[in-house]
Design a protein. Structure first.
Length: 202
């Protein structure tokens, strides 16, 4: 049975996550939870793909852009379906979408010790940029006001359906402010690449 390439949707998340977890060379972190992947797909509609063999997802790739450069993430093909051109088909589907949006270059990120991944990309015409160094800064802090509002929502949710005396608005805000101050209501955040943060031809 031939594999079929189609658009990746959030409904595919669980089998795709399992595939990523089983694939060597792929690193997963907080940006790969269901909420973040959903946001990524909404921000880059119709640009990521899966490969299906019958009812089974055997390949996947995330694709997006910042308006200037394209980016591919987490290309994975199940071991039993490798060496059949499936990875190349997934990549080409992404590149076709980027070309339609007039994106002229696409970037990928590899772990330095991923020799098999490096060989795949070079075999398919990708060039190593030895003149560049990837740098990163974690953005873990969330604005205090945002945390406070989130804490307030948590307090209101916890009271729903409960008995007892309802705290005054002032008491609610005081407790929410304490929660926010001590960081108990943190929410995840992410930032997209911005022009000017990388060399001009990256």
């Amino acid at each position: 049975m031939n594999c079929r390439i189609r658009t990746l949707t959030i409904a595919d998340y669980e089998p795709v996550l399992r595939l990523w977890q089983e694939t060597e060379g792929i690193g997963l972190n907080e940006s790969d939870d269901r909420g973040h992947v959903r946001s990524y797909l909404r921000r880059n509609p119709g640009m990521s793909f899966v490969a299906r063999h019958g009812a089974e997802i055997v390949g996947a790739v995330l694709c997006g852009h910042d308006g200037r450069r394209g980016y591919l993430h987490h290309l994975a093909v199940a071991k039993a379906h490798r060496k059949k051109g499936l990875g190349k088909k997934l990549v080409n589907a992404c590149l076709a979408k980027l070309r339609r949006l007039k994106i002229q270059k696409c970037n990928i990120f590899l772990f330095a010790d991923n020799a098999a991944g490096e060989a795949f990309w070079k075999h398919n015409g990708w060039i190593e940029r030895s003149d560049l160094l990837v740098m990163q800064k974690k953005l873990g802090a969330v604005k205090k006001q945002t945390r406070m509002l989130t804490a307030r929502r948590l307090l209101e949710t916890s009271r729903a359906g409960g008995g007892g005396v309802r705290p005054s608005r002032a008491q609610q805000w005081q407790k929410a402010n304490r929660l926010a101050y001590f960081g108990y209501a943190r929410i995840p955040c992410a930032a997209a690449p911005e022009d000017g943060r990388t060399p001009g031809n990256f």
